[in-house]
Design a protein around this ligand. Structure first.
Ligand code: G6P
Ligand code: MN
Length: 441
């Protein structure tokens, strides 16, 4: 069985520990030869790298493991590059959330004004990183889940039009499916969803039982109506996540046709959400006070002891597990179904061909093969066409250094929706992102 070389870009991420543990847990299914962590922030990555050295010495000694800030060492000879960079780090995420909220607008990592701010930073950093990767690993599969994935995917589509080995993917649709399995008390892998949308903006039209073919969505709707909706993933249990999952019940009371992605709440209730998010303590603050502290404390403890001790738990990490299964599907031509971000080209029949949409695909060695969903109803089409335009305009702003295009994107966003507010928040974000955005003229 071939063993694979993998690089994780964003080695200092709070998500990396989950990946390291999952690579151990899944070493039979997806065997690694070499694993390299790469980050531009040496100090942040170092404790995670040292944790990795101890973990692999004890649980996976045959693995060739390294962590580095050198691009050649990171990329050369790689089969897969997992991209989880956060342009600007958590401190900039905090600004993306706080600045719009201070103006009464939703402050969110990937949606609305904050998402566009992060999008422009990610365009700069992702495009540079992928050129670097292609210098040293022209054949590597690039699995991108850096955010905001919708904007990043559109930018990569334009910058690398002929590169068929860049895959954009998000874990949230799968998290929703897993959460349905929790409700139903079944194995999530026995659920076969039909899904359409954009990244962080979509709906499930059916959730079939893989064995019998029965559509379980009517049952799921009833259960959500009665009992609400809770996350399955242990990583999504903070107060804000519980509130987010809870909103699924509200959305389905108003729009009962389909099961929504949790992110739809921001587009459907922009005023309600803006007035209920705490401008003094946003999700970034919650992450910095919670997951970030936990992850680095775990590293420090293991490094101090020089061994894992009780520090290695077997709790599954849904996100890491999903990404490793994606790599496995490609590596072994499995043609498994995954919800992926792809160029539309008819997958959603009544949307433009060059939109980056999110649908179920079969995934194998030759990449994703999307499953068509046909025409979507006018309401959903209207919402999505609006947001596709926002995403395209902000990417135009990046490529054309255009303030005007950015202003159009901000104005068109349902989460801003007013030209005066758009100009005000855009100007504040330009100030906050100096040196990290392209210059907008
Ligand atoms: C989900 C989304 C990601 C997002 C993450 C944020 O996994 O799919 O795109 O980055 O949530 O999680 P956090 O816990 O950092 O708020
Ligand atoms: Mn996502």
């Amino acid at each position: 069985m071939k063993k694979f070389n993998v690089c994780i870009v964003g080695g200092g991420s709070t998500f990396t520990l989950g990946f390291l543990k999952s690579f151990v847990r899944m070493k039979e299914e997806f065997p690694l030869n070499k694993l390299v962590l790469f980050d531009i922030d040496k100090d942040r990555q170092e404790p995670i790298g040292k944790f990795g050295e101890i973990l692999f010495k004890e649980r996976f000694p045959e693995l060739d493991f390294a962590y580095t800030t050198d691009i050649k060492e990171a990329y050369e000879g790689m089969d897969f590059v997992f991209m989880q960079m956060r342009a600007g780090g958590l401190p900039m995420r905090a600004k993306d959330e706080h600045i719009p909220l201070s103006m009464g607008l939703i402050g969110q990592e990937t949606c609305g004004a904050g998402g566009m701010a992060y999008g422009l930073r990610s365009c700069v950093d992702m495009i540079k990183a992928i050129h670097d990767i292609r210098t040293y690993a022209p054949e590597a599969w690039i699995l991108n889940y850096s955010n905001p994935a919708a904007i990043v995917a559109e930018a990569l589509r334009r910058e690398f039009p002929d590169d068929k080995k860049i895959l954009n993917i998000c874990d949230q649709p799968e998290n929703v499916v897993r959460s349905c399995s929790r409700l139903l008390g079944c194995d999530w892998e026995n659920l076969d969803p039909v899904y359409f949308g954009l990244n962080h903006y979509g709906w499930f039209t059916h959730i079939y039982d893989k064995t019998t073919g029965e559509d379980l969505l009517p049952k799921i709707k009833e259960m959500i109506k009665e009992n609400g909706f809770l996350p399955q993933d242990a990583e999504q249990r903070d107060a804000s996540w519980l509130d987010t999952y809870g909103m699924v019940q509200t959305i389905m009371a108003d729009f009962p046709d389909y099961l929504p992605n949790t992110y739809d709440q921001y587009y459907l209730y922009p005023e309600y959400k803006a007035s209920h998010l705490n401008p003094e303590f946003t999700r970034a603050d919650e992450v910095m006070a919670g997951r970030e502290k936990r992850v680095f404390a775990e590293c420090a403890e293991v490094i101090k002891k020089g061994s894992l001790g009780d520090g290695f738990d077997n709790i599954s990490d849904a996100h890491a597990e999903m990404m490793i299964k994606v790599a496995e599907a490609i590596a072994y031509n499995k043609n498994n179904r995954h919800i992926l971000i792809i160029e539309n080209n008819g997958a959603i029949a009544n949307m433009q061909d060059d939109a980056m949409v999110e649908v179920v695909c079969e995934l194998g060695a030759n990449g994703p093969r999307p499953m068509r969903v046909g025409n979507i109803p006018q309401f959903y089409l209207g919402l999505l066409v609006n947001q596709v335009s926002v995403e395209k305009l902000i990417v135009d702003a990046y490529f054309e250094n255009s303030y005007q295009k950015a202003l159009e994107a901000f104005t068109l966003s349902r989460l801003v929706n007013d030209a005066k507010k758009a100009r005000k928040v855009l100007d504040a974000l330009i100030e906050a992102n100096k040196g990290m955005w392209p210059e907008l003229k």
